[in-house]
Design a binder for this molecule. Sequence first.
Ligand code: NI
Length: 172
Amino acid sequence: MAVLPIRKYPDPVLRQPAQPVSVIDEKLRRLAADMVETMEDANGVGLAAPQVGESVRMVVVDFDPENGDPRVLINPVITKRSGRKELGEEGCLSFPGLRTRVKRSPKVVCEAQNLDGEIVEYQAEGLSARAVQHELDHLDGFLFVDKAGPSDKLSLKSELEELEDNWAELHG
Ligand code: NI
């Protein structure tokens, strides 16, 4: 297993809608294992494949960050959202140092394949529900800062510009 480099905003791969996984093979299993290791190394609660430069519909989510319960979700879909949306603070490993408030459903049900190709249903609440929604957004090219309220967006502007400048310096 290996810790992979994490793509930072505004890397274009983060805006690309990810492709469905059609074959669960050794290469995908290795990517999943590396993503779990990368998430744990960064003390994150979730990581989506585009964040390590692979535009495929796979995420890893730690459903119990205190004790560690990392799960691999392939072709995940949210099948149910319940409760009134709640505002809560989020960060993202592709936005180092940046945090903002995003409205999310407090409870979700998510269906995904596991590495054996079986369909598994996940009932997530609170932080896990937030993580599932955040990671699944990544697969459609949506980023948490897109969902910040207007005043939070305004205060994020300079931090985003700083990340854009850093990225341009490395890749421009
Ligand atoms: Ni993220």
